[in-house]
Design a binder for this molecule. Sequence first.
Ligand SMILES: *[C@@H]1O[C@H](CO)[C@@H](O)[C@H](O)[C@H]1NC(C)=O
Ligand SMILES: *[C@@H]1O[C@H](CO)[C@@H](O)[C@H](O)[C@H]1NC(C)=O
Ligand SMILES: *[C@@H]1O[C@H](CO)[C@@H](O)[C@H](O)[C@H]1NC(C)=O
Ligand SMILES: *[C@@H]1O[C@H](CO)[C@@H](O)[C@H](O)[C@H]1NC(C)=O
Ligand SMILES: *[C@@H]1O[C@H](CO)[C@@H](O)[C@H](O)[C@H]1NC(C)=O
Ligand SMILES: *[C@@H]1O[C@H](CO)[C@@H](O)[C@H](O)[C@H]1NC(C)=O
Ligand SMILES: *[C@@H]1O[C@H](CO)[C@@H](O)[C@H](O)[C@H]1NC(C)=O
Ligand SMILES: *[C@@H]1O[C@H](CO)[C@@H](O)[C@H](O)[C@H]1NC(C)=O
Ligand SMILES: *[C@@H]1O[C@H](CO)[C@@H](O)[C@H](O)[C@H]1NC(C)=O
Ligand SMILES: *[C@@H]1O[C@H](CO)[C@@H](O)[C@H](O)[C@H]1NC(C)=O
Ligand SMILES: *[C@@H]1O[C@H](CO)[C@@H](O)[C@H](O)[C@H]1NC(C)=O
Length: 308
Amino acid sequence: MLMTTSPLITLLLLLSCGIGDAHGLMVRGNSSDMLSLLDFKKSVTSDPNGALSSWNTSTPFCRWNGIMCSRKHPGRVTKLHLGGHGLSGPVSPSLSNLTLIKEINLSSNALSGQLPPLNHLHKLEVLDLGNNSLHDTIPDALTNCSSLRILDLYRNLIFGEIPPQVSMLSVLSVLRLSLNNITGIIPPSISNLTSVQKISLSWNQLTGSIPDGLGKLSNLSVLTLGENGLSGGIPQSLSNLSSLRILGLELTVLGGALPPNFGNTLPRLQWLYLDSSMFHGYIPASLGNASDLERIKPLETRECVDNS
Ligand SMILES: *[C@@H]1O[C@H](CO)[C@@H](O)[C@H](O)[C@H]1NC(C)=O
Ligand SMILES: *[C@@H]1O[C@H](CO)[C@@H](O)[C@H](O)[C@H]1NC(C)=O
Ligand SMILES: *[C@@H]1O[C@H](CO)[C@@H](O)[C@H](O)[C@H]1NC(C)=O
Ligand SMILES: *[C@@H]1O[C@H](CO)[C@@H](O)[C@H](O)[C@H]1NC(C)=O
Ligand SMILES: *[C@@H]1O[C@H](CO)[C@@H](O)[C@H](O)[C@H]1NC(C)=O
Ligand SMILES: *[C@@H]1O[C@H](CO)[C@@H](O)[C@H](O)[C@H]1NC(C)=O
Ligand SMILES: *[C@@H]1O[C@H](CO)[C@@H](O)[C@H](O)[C@H]1NC(C)=O
Ligand SMILES: *[C@@H]1O[C@H](CO)[C@@H](O)[C@H](O)[C@H]1NC(C)=O
Ligand SMILES: *[C@@H]1O[C@H](CO)[C@@H](O)[C@H](O)[C@H]1NC(C)=O
Ligand SMILES: *[C@@H]1O[C@H](CO)[C@@H](O)[C@H](O)[C@H]1NC(C)=O
Ligand SMILES: *[C@@H]1O[C@H](CO)[C@@H](O)[C@H](O)[C@H]1NC(C)=O
């Protein structure tokens, strides 16, 4: 009896060991990241350049195009870089299982649908989903991404308000939300983003006034707020932004004039976009002292502002 079954058992053992070994070689460590990536691939409906053709189980997933894995934690994905490959389809929520990921860059594709859930991505430093067709709100859960340095959702179909909790992203240096359909006010809490260097919110439907506290963000070098429904004038506090290189306030219904000492307090200013009414009426003489200034004009095309 034993003699007759043992070849079968041996065969089964061999088979399962064989598969196990193959998996061990291919996957090493945590294969749940591989399954998450395969889910991502499955939801992509078009891959015109074959960017995902190496994404198959005969290639170790850490060597798939656009994937980088951790050295410390073998088999765990740290980077997903697939910008500009013409990928279309929804972004699989399975990305939220890549819990050690640091960089997601899927910019300039044709991705649609919702953002992936972000609440478990505590290590995420870069989220660049700019220039796609994502249709979603900015989730509150973003605040769990406490390592986030770059948040770029530029040129999508993002709607709803900027969550005030965005201010909890204490190391955020780039906040780029321009060319979307974002409504509501600029939350005053934004002035708590003490590391921020670029804030681009132009081409949305923001209303209310420019928060006075922006003047506290001493490292700010790019601030574009143009083409919104902002009102209430330009706060005097902005003249404290001595690192400012690009200031875009064009085509808003802002009203008011530039603070008279602007040119003296913003020595680094290179580009200044203003509403044409301000341009004709209220340019302070002090701008003559902003010696780097090379452009000062009302906005001409959609593209100008987003060279930032
Ligand atoms: C794989 O990663 C998941 C998600 O981080 C985790 O829950 C699971 O325990 C890990 N498994 C192994 C074997 O490390
Ligand atoms: C799997 O990926 C490799 C490249 O890593 C490629 O050469 C091969 O053709 C792919 N296989 C399939 C079935 O797509
Ligand atoms: C994302 O990738 C594109 C290239 O595909 C690159 O131009 C861009 O700078 C990257 N974004 C970030 C934040 O590094
Ligand atoms: C994440 O992984 C768990 C188990 O590993 C799975 O049950 C779940 O469906 C995955 N979530 C997504 C959004 O893929
Ligand atoms: C946006 O993405 C398209 C491809 O989908 C690309 O042709 C275009 O250059 C991108 N624009 C910017 C400003 O990155
Ligand atoms: C943030 O992460 C913690 C721990 O993973 C989780 O319990 C909490 O629900 C998350 N917060 C949000 C807003 O998703
Ligand atoms: C932007 O939002 C407005 C009002 O919420 C809506 O009517 C419009 O269709 C939206 N536009 C896009 C491109 O989503
Ligand atoms: C900024 O953060 C401090 C401390 O966390 C908090 O007390 C304050 O209310 C915040 N400011 C705004 C405008 O949210
Ligand atoms: C401002 O930027 C400088 C140089 O990039 C950096 O050393 C400094 O820590 C930044 N300050 C804050 C508050 O982030
Ligand atoms: C501008 O900076 C000065 C000195 O750094 C400070 O006293 C003042 O309160 C600041 N003004 C605003 C409006 O932030
Ligand atoms: C330009 O700067 C000089 C030197 O700091 C100062 O004397 C002058 O008043 C400034 N010009 C204007 C128009 O503010």
